[in-house]
Design a protein around this ligand. Sequence first.
Ligand code: PMP
Length: 296
Amino acid sequence: QPFDSRDGEIWFDGAFVPWSDAKVHVLTHGLHYASAVFEGERAYGGVIFKMHEHNQRLVNSGKLLGFDIPFSVDEIDRACEATLARQGFEDAYIRPIAWRGSEMMGVAAQSNTIHLAIAVWQWPSYFDPAERLKGIRVDLAEWRRPDPRTAPSKAKATGLYMICTLSKHAAERKGYADALMLDWRGQVAECTGANVFFVKDGAIHTPTPDCFLDGITRRTVIGLAKARGIEVIERAIMPEELDGFEECFICGTAAEVTPVSEIAQHRFAVGDITKTLMNDYAAAVRPAPKAAVAAA
Ligand code: PMP
C-alpha cells in the first residue's frame, strides 16, 4: 500500500486528520529547499523507546535550520503517544516531521509557518529478515558526509538524506543492502540510516560522530557494551583498516542492531559481541513486564 493512501490518521499541526488527507501544497518551502527535519522512533509493547531524546533532537534539528517548532518537546511527546494509541499498534515506527510552509516562495522564507506532522506505521524489519541474521552486505559509497562547515551535519535534516538516497540506490543496484559512507576527510562515517561499529580483539571501535548523526541507538549500544565490560573506543577509522576487524554491525532506530557480513571486498563474522549486543538491545527496548497482579 503506498504511503499516501493508508488506513488510520495522522497528527497534523495539533489535530488528527484522515491518513490520505495529510497533504501539503506543491509550493511548500520544505519541499523546494529542504527546510525540513524529522525523527524516526520505535515503540515496543506500546512504549516509545527514548521518545523524549528523539523529540528533543527534533526540536534541536529545527533550531540548527533556524526555526522553532511551535510545540514543546513535552507536547510532541504527548502527540507521539496519542498518534501511536490512535493507530492502535503495540510495536510500530513513529515519524514526526517539521517543515517550513508556503507563505513565501524563494530561498528566504523567514516568516513561513512551521508545521509538524506525526505518522505511525508498522515497520517490522528494516532489512530483509532472512539476510539480516547472517549479516547484510554493504557497499562503500562514492558520496561522502559533508564537512560541518558545509552543512549542519548534526541536524536530522531532510536535505542531508539526498546523499543517503544516492548512496543507497547505487548500492542496491549492485545487489547490496546498504552503503557505508566515508566523511569529507576520507574517514569511515556511517551507513545511510545507521551508525557503524567494528570489533577487534574483544574491543569495539566506532567512529567519533563529529560530522554525522550521533545516533540514539549508537549511544544505547555503547552503554550496553560498557555494562558488559566491553571496551568501546571512539576514534577516527580509516577504510584501510577494515580488513583488520573481525566483526561489524550497524545500529539505528529502524535497523536496530544488524550484523554486517561484507563491506565491499572485506569480510566479517557474525561473532559473539555482535550477537550479545543484538540480544541486549532487543531486551533493553522492551518495557519491563507489568508487575503481576497478586492473586486474591
Ligand atoms: N545515521 C543516519 C544517517 C540515520 O538516518 C540514522 C537513523 N536516524 C542513524 C544514524 C541512527 O540514529 P538513531 O539511532 O538515533 O536512530
